[in-house]
Design a protein around this ligand. Structure first.
Ligand SMILES: [Zn+2]
Ligand SMILES: [Zn+2]
Length: 394
């Protein structure tokens, strides 16, 4: 067993307690004041001179004994507006708020890594710890980058992880070369007709019938225009319009999400959608308004960083416990902003355990993850960062 994994397991009870404390006190994006203070205090105790940036973000640098490169490790800290239904001793104390995406675990893991690496005497370079707010939206990675967290010292590579509760268990990880997460963009379409009496349709322009055709026609973008081998999703999430059964609706609003992996396909989506919106609305004498709002970029892993992470994970966990995820997820992750700036690897930390009711999907009100994954995540981030610095020793 690697020495850092052994040490991580010895430290685990402390970090599990911190995770449970954060779990009981969830805070949403840019309101992570308590969490941020907890992180700040912990890093300060390690003499890491933390700084608060971008509102509730925290950054600290561990400077090695000898000069070298700087690798950054990132955890997200925010919770979701979900009321927790899981039953355990550390359930959320705030109704309507819950750590349903495991960011409490990510935060505890990274604090543990800070402690682990602080004990390493011969670190050939620096490790920067980035605790970011608001991953669930509106996004804390970009404001932290704008606040300069990738400079002074300049960051040369970066790692991040996310717990997974569907397939892999504690002691296993899954990673991917290339695409990892999609770019999640939003659309809003308003179909504008002319209201009227349900019995006299010829005197009105029916926005509901037009919207009905539009809902169906929009699906032909993914099924008929895009290469089937490229993953694209277009889902409409809301349809709102109308007043009562005998009134023809003058307006229908549709909102949805568009998910892409390729930047080229992504940039083609607004025109493709608007062409169909305009065509259908013209056909049925309606007007329209259309808004396309870009979310986070797609996340792509760097070849070299992924190979290093895979190699270290095989050593720490054994080859049989290191998997290559067959597909990217069409979920979004704002770690992608970091990945656009520096070579990164973002991997999934196995944390499924049916016996502990840790098998609900992310964002589920009964979501929980196997805390045995905490020391595993600590050891992997610490060992990979250490391996990176040794490889690039000045
Ligand atoms: Zn989430
Ligand atoms: Zn998450």
């Amino acid at each position: 067993m690697s020495t850092l994994l052994e040490r991580a397991q010895a430290l685990a009870p402390e970090l599990v307690a911190i995770r449970r404390d954060i779990h009981q006190h969830p805070e949403v994006g840019f309101a992570e004041h308590r969490t941020s203070q907890l992180v700040f205090n912990y890093l300060q105790e390690l003499s890491l001179k933390p700084q608060i940036v971008a509102g509730t973000g925290v950054v600290a640098t561990l400077r090695g004994k000898s000069p070298g490169k700087t690798i950054a490790l990132r955890a997200d800290m925010d919770a979701l507006t979900v009321t927790e239904q899981a039953e355990h001793t550390y359930t959320s104390k705030t109704p309507g708020l819950m750590h349903a995406c495991g960011h409490d675990g990510h935060t505890a893991i990274l604090l543990g890594v800070a402690k682990l690496l602080s004990e390493v005497k011969d670190l050939p370079g620096n490790v920067k710890f980035i605790f970011q707010p608001a991953e669930e939206g509106p996004g804390g990675a970009l404001p932290m980058i704008e606040a300069g967290v990738l400079t002074n010292p300049q960051v040369h590579a970066m790692l991040g992880l996310h717990v997974g509760t569907v397939q892999y268990t504690a002691g296993q990880i899954a990673l991917r070369y290339g695409s990892v997460c999609a770019a999640p963009d939003n659309i809003e379409i308003v179909v504008k007709g002319k209201g009227g009496h349900g019995g006299h349709p010829h005197e009105a322009i029916d926005a509901i019938v037009t919207a009905g055709h539009l809902i169906v026609a929009l699906q032909s973008i993914v099924s008929r225009e895009i290469d089937p081998a490229a993953a694209v999703v277009l889902s409409l999430g809301t349809v709102r319009g109308g007043y009562r059964e005998n009134v023809i609706a003058d307006e229908v609003m549709l909102t949805g999400t568009v998910r892409t992996l390729s930047p080229e396909i992504r940039s083609s989506m607004p025109d493709r959608i608007e062409r169909i919106v305009k065509g259908v609305c013209d056909s049925f004498r309606c007007h329209y308004s259309f808004t396309y709002t870009q979310g986070y970029p797609a996340l792509h892993n760097d070849e070299v960083m992924t190979a290093l992470t895979e190699e270290v994970a095989q050593e720490v966990l054994g080859s049989a416990n290191v998997f290559r995820a067959p597909h990217p997820t069409m979920g979004g992750e704002d770690f992608s902003y970091f990945a656009e700036k520096v070579p990164t690897c973002f991997f999934m930390l196995g944390a499924t355990n049916s016996a502990k009711q840790c098998d609900y999907v992310l964002h589920h009100p009964k979501f929980n993850f196997d805390e045995d994954a905490i020391p595993v995540g600590m050891a992997l981030l610490a060992e990979t960062a250490y391996a990176y610095l040794k490889k690039h020793r000045a």
